[in-house]
Design a protein around this ligand. Structure first.
Ligand code: KE4
Length: 419
């Protein structure tokens, strides 16, 4: 069956034919292609077409698809059994590796998604401080737990309100524009004694990529310290992506808790939350804040995650950042020649090219970018074998598997786009 007929069938079985809304390609007025397999920086669809990938499962595959070391580790693990529901050495091995790379995570808990990680970190912050309110940023997306679905980014930004989420739940969610430290100060001046935490994407990746302004992250750190609230870095995207030690290493800010996902599973379902030992020890069974999960610490996912982090230790982040900059500089130049000025926000191997001639530093400015022009660009790039995230409010990712030929093919395809 071809993608079109598979999609028709899928829509009779799953809402929108997908298991996550973004994949339906609604925002670019297209139908999704069904993937047969992937290798390196390439995807292959059921109709035999090949694509240069810039989605990489929305971030996890920084090494590229089917990295030999990761695949070997997963195969070895699965030959020993797929899930025990009991402690195994793989959990210790991955946790030790994470602590080595992110020292602020003295203690952690593995879960099966980024949503579980952030949901649990918020509960822990509330349980630890005894406070109910928390601050999140408009356009930041922390997964789909109820409390976070207020002004959330990513695909959540495209659905009106939060049907199914009682207002009593989001009434404790205090909002501020990203990069607006004064708004956060105002929340603390009003509710400081009842704010459990501030949760932030230290580099925003769900309103497109938006960098923290100088002083923004340090300002959040200082306010949380001053008022006894916890600072939570949601590094589900940035962890091991923006540097080997994540955004907290790159920007030299120490959060109280960190949430991880994506890359640490090497393509398998893993999330993780962790931080200071004395905070984490409030989690059951040592403490009384509850969280649990059937497949948490799954041995196959642990093995794939550890193999991924071990392989990344040998990768040259600076070289990939330089190559990604050259690619995005080239794309911006080509779009300008076509009379389509763009703003490119980029860090390490993640970027967003906004069809806008203004800086993009928050959700308001992200929303002013031209989504229809992006849809035209996306459709024509896909037709030429370039697979971009099907939404202007997402990131594009490069990988250690991309070759110079892949980047040249991408630039050539961009040159042929007609608006
Ligand atoms: P998951 O529950 O999807 O594993 O992770 C939620 C999450 C938490 N925090 C951040 C910063 C995230 O970006 C995410 C998930 N990212 C989205 C897209 N950027 C995943 C793709 C999708 O929802 O289909």
């Amino acid at each position: 069956m071809d993608s079109k007929s598979l999609f028709a069938k899928a829509q009779t079985l799953m809402p929108g034919g997908v298991n996550s809304p973004l994949r339906a390609c609604k925002y670019v007025h297209a139908e999704p292609v069904f993937i047969q397999n992937a290798r390196g920086a390439h995807l292959f669809d059921v109709d035999g077409r090949e694509y240069v990938d810039y989605v990489f499962s929305w971030g996890p595959q920084l090494l590229g698809h089917q990295d030999p070391a990761v695949s070997e580790a997963a195969h070895k693990a699965i030959d020993l059994g797929s899930s025990y529901g009991a402690p195994c050495f793989g959990e210790i091995a991955l946790a030790e590796k994470i602590t080595e790379l992110i020292p602020s995570m003295e203690m952690m808990r593995m879960v099966s998604s980024g949503t579980e990680a952030t949901m649990s970190a918020l509960r822990l912050a509330r349980g630890y401080t005894g406070r109910k309110k928390f601050v999140k940023f408009i356009g930041n997306y922390h997964g789909h737990a109820d409390a976070f679905l207020a002004a959330a980014g990513s695909a959540a930004a495209t659905v009106p309100g939060t049907p199914g989420v009682p207002e009593e739940v989001t009434s404790h969610t205090l909002l501020a524009q990203y990069n607006d430290l004064d708004a956060v100060k105002a929340h603390f001046e009003t509710d400081g004694e009842d704010i459990a935490c501030v949760i932030v994407e230290p580099v925003a990746g769900n309103m497109g990529l938006v960098l923290p302004k100088d002083g923004f992250l340090q300002g959040l750190r200082d306010l949380c310290t001053q008022y006894g609230a916890l600072l939570i870095f949601d590094e589900v995207i940035t962890g091991f992506r923006v540097s080997p030690g994540g955004a907290q290493q790159r920007f030299d800010i120490t959060p109280d808790l960190t949430t991880l996902g994506k890359i640490i599973g090497g393509g398998f379902p893993v999330g993780c939350y962790g931080g200071k030992r004395e905070i984490m020890e409030h989690m059951a069974p040592v403490g009384t804040v509850f969280q649990a999960g059937t497949l948490s610490g799954n041995p196959v996912a642990m093995a794939a995650g550890l193999a991924t982090l071990n392989r990344l230790a040998d990768c040259d982040y600076d070289a990939l950042e330089a190559r990604t900059k050259a690619l995005t500089d080239g794309l911006a130049e080509i779009m300008a020649e076509k009379g389509k000025p763009v703003t490119v926000n980029r860090i390490a191997s993640a970027f967003t090219m906004y069809f806008s001639n203004k800086p993009v530093t928050n959700m308001i400015e992200s929303g002013q970018a031209d989504g229809e022009t992006f849809a035209t660009y996306w459709q024509q790039m896909l037709a030429q074998g370039i697979y971009l995230a099907p939404a202007g409010f997402e990131c594009a990712f490069t990988s250690f598997a991309h070759t110079d030929e892949d980047f040249e093919k991408t630039l050539e395809a961009a040159r042929k786009v007609e608006f």
